[in-house]
Design a protein around this ligand. Structure first.
Ligand SMILES: [Ca+2]
Ligand SMILES: [Ca+2]
Length: 207
């Protein structure tokens, strides 16, 4: 084999090698990019889930000292129809096992006495839908979330945001058990939405 043949063969080898390596590199790059995207997406999912869980725990901590007999929910049209309340929006006693998006209660002040004087002023958790959204099971502002809003804590004229970008907020009292559920979602690449919920269950003071 002379020198020029050796060089030609070497060149051919290089071309064959490149032909084999370049697609492999492209595949490796695509896989790396996909993995990187997935890690970022998983990180976002973890952040939202953590925030949601923290919000549910905070709401639970505030509601835990609530006196069971002091809990109220806002009346809806069915409640008025069923003569449970005179007007929509009035505070009424919760119906056992029914889920609502608002609730009000009074907590023990910390004094030993558990009579009415020993309770705080009313504290309310209220779900308020975002101004760009209507309660219609549709995503009006096209951000991927449906009927999303905030959960507010209202007390003594103050308002504190407990959770935002929440798609659903549920309070359910069954016996002494208060169940709090918050739901949210994350828009993934391609427009699909991944939904999560966080739940907190606690036992209320029976007084
Ligand atoms: Ca929306
Ligand atoms: Ca809507």
């Amino acid at each position: 084999m002379n020198k020029s043949t050796q060089q030609g063969f070497t060149l051919l080898e290089v071309m064959i090698t490149l032909a084999l390596v370049i697609p492999s590199m492209a595949v490796i790059f695509m896989c790396t990019e996909r993995t990187s995207r997935n890690i970022v997406a998983d990180d976002n999912v973890a952040k939202i889930m953590e925030t949601l869980q923290r919000s549910a725990v905070r709401i639970g901590q505030i509601a835990r000292p609530g006196s069971l007999s002091s809990f109220r929910v806002k009346a809806n049209e069915d409640d008025v129809t069923n003569l449970m309340a005179s007007r929509v929006g009035d505070w009424m006693e919760p119906i056992d096992g029914q889920t609502r998006s608002t609730m009000q209660f009074r907590s023990a002040t910390g004094r030993l006495s558990m009579n009415a004087q020993g309770l705080t002023s009313p504290r309310s958790f209220v779900f308020v839908i975002d101004p760009e959204e209507q309660d219609n099971d549709r995503d009006d502002d096209e951000d991927g979330l449906v009927d999303e809003g905030k959960v507010l804590l209202e007390y003594d004229g103050n308002q504190v945001v407990m959770a935002s970008n929440v798609e659903n907020c549920e309070f359910n009292i069954t016996g002494r058990t208060l169940r709090i559920v918050l739901g949210a979602g994350l828009v993934r690449r391609g427009g699909t939405i991944q939904r999560f919920s966080s739940e907190e269950t606690l036992y209320l003071r029976n007084n």
